[in-house]
Design a protein around this ligand. Structure first.
Ligand code: FEO
Length: 396
């Protein structure tokens, strides 16, 4: 239990070990934290808790410091089990304690735990007085689940933002000003790119809505990673930048290859891009050997994405297919794209990737470039010309 402001305590768990999150969907190279907060006044409230495997540890630790029966309110800002996993055990001990959450939170918590707890559904603007301190609830649907909400603690000027503004970063340092800044912002942008990209319009709207409340913010306390206490609104500014179809002068080339033909094409295309725009960052990833979430982060930063695969069984390689599904769901906007690949016989891969890119919301620059067998010097010169054309069409 660590006091982060007067009578406000962090009671979460630092998970140094986790390397995969959401099953295998999200890599957590730097671990994570499950942040839970305890607020003490005449009445007390616990805000969010921890992932299920740490539920017993969480309840035991909490019990050593706070008689659990003295918890007056449970605030469940989001039902996903990395924030609600400790609820089952906690509610065994305090079964009648009201659980404050959104209407969707009630559905989701019931769906997860199959219990009819004393739910109190809340809407934006609803308040809960703890004595001198008061919590105001702000629904945040699709940031990132339909049930998500924030809570603002008046008097201490803290925004509890749940997943928003969080990062998967295990640290004992607790605060944003005490950790490596490059690591911190890398984890923030990765989180945004992989989780929040489809909801960017809502991010902007929610930030505007919160700003219009015109309340002071001394701290932003997300439910993963470090607490923003030094210039806390800096992460809000970053989210606003990222929500506006973010792109840097970068082209990302993602491919898989069987006998290095498609890889050779990728390198020749990259050469062409650099010949036209030497300042552009050009990054190549063999998707079957790369971390998919790191690659998505690079796509997020890019003005253009090129995707390559040889043709196999009239289709594309499975690692490329998985990547295509990933970017389909993320709904990137204002990014250009093209396809490339080798084939021996039928050669469907380039058309298939092109269609996939288009339906994922990318602006397709042309029909793509194909090469047969092992690309010869003429083919590679054509790839370099193709790269030059891409660079001209995407120059910013
Ligand atoms: Fe949406 Fe951190 O769970």
């Amino acid at each position: 239990m660590k006091e982060i402001k007067k009578d406000v305590y962090w009671v979460g768990k630092v998970d140094w070990e986790i390397r995969k999150f959401h099953g295998d969907e999200y890599s957590t190279h730097r671990g994570t934290t499950y942040n839970s907060y305890f607020v003490k006044d005449k009445k007390t409230a616990i805000i969010d808790n921890v992932w299920s495997p740490f539920g017993s540890e969480f309840v035991e630790n909490l019990n050593k410091q706070i008689p659990l029966k003295k918890i007056d309110y449970v605030i469940a800002q989001h039902a996903e089990i990395d924030h609600s996993g400790g609820l089952a055990e906690l509610m065994e001990i305090i079964p009648d304690t009201p659980v404050y959450c959104t209407n969707n939170g009630v559905k989701s918590l019931k769906g997860h735990f199959h219990k009819d707890w004393n739910f109190v559904p809340v809407k934006t603007g609803d308040k809960l007085s703890l004595g001198k301190k008061e919590l105001t609830f702000i629904e945040a649907p699709m940031l990132h689940w339909p049930d998500s909400m924030f809570s603002y603690l008046q008097d201490e000027n803290i925004l509890f933002s749940n997943d928003a503004f969080g990062q998967h970063l295990a640290s004992e340092m607790m605060y944003n000003d005490l950790v490596d800044q490059a690591e911190l912002f890398q984890e923030c942008i990765k989180y945004y790119a992989n989780i929040l990209t489809p909801f960017s319009a809502l991010v902007e709207k929610k930030i505007d809505e919160f700003k219009s409340l015109n309340v002071p913010v001394d701290m932003i306390c997300p439910s993963h990673g470090v607490i923003w206490r030094d210039n806390p609104l800096q992460i809000v500014g970053k989210y606003l930048d990222w929500s506006k179809d973010y792109r840097e002068n970068q082209v990302t080339i993602v491919y898989d290859t069987m006998w290095n033909g498609t890889k050779t094409m990728a390198e020749a295309i990259a050469k062409g891009i650099k010949l036209v725009d030497e300042k552009a960052a050009v990054k190549l990833f063999n998707i079957s050997r790369s971390d998919k979430n790191d690659v998505v982060t690079e796509v997020f930063k890019s003005k253009a994405l090129l995707v390559g695969s040889p043709t196999i069984n009239s289709g594309i390689l499975s690692a490329v297919a998985g990547f295509m599904e990933q970017i389909r769901g993320l709904k990137f906007k204002e990014k250009k794209a093209a396809a490339f690949g080798t084939h021996g016989w039928s050669g469907e891969s380039v058309d298939m990737i092109g269609k996939g890119l288009e339906s994922a919301g990318f602006e397709l620059l042309d029909e793509g470039i194909k090469s047969t067998w092992n690309p010869d010097e003429k083919s590679l010169r054509e790839c370099t010309e193709f790269g030059k054309e891409i660079a001209k069409q995407t120059k910013i």
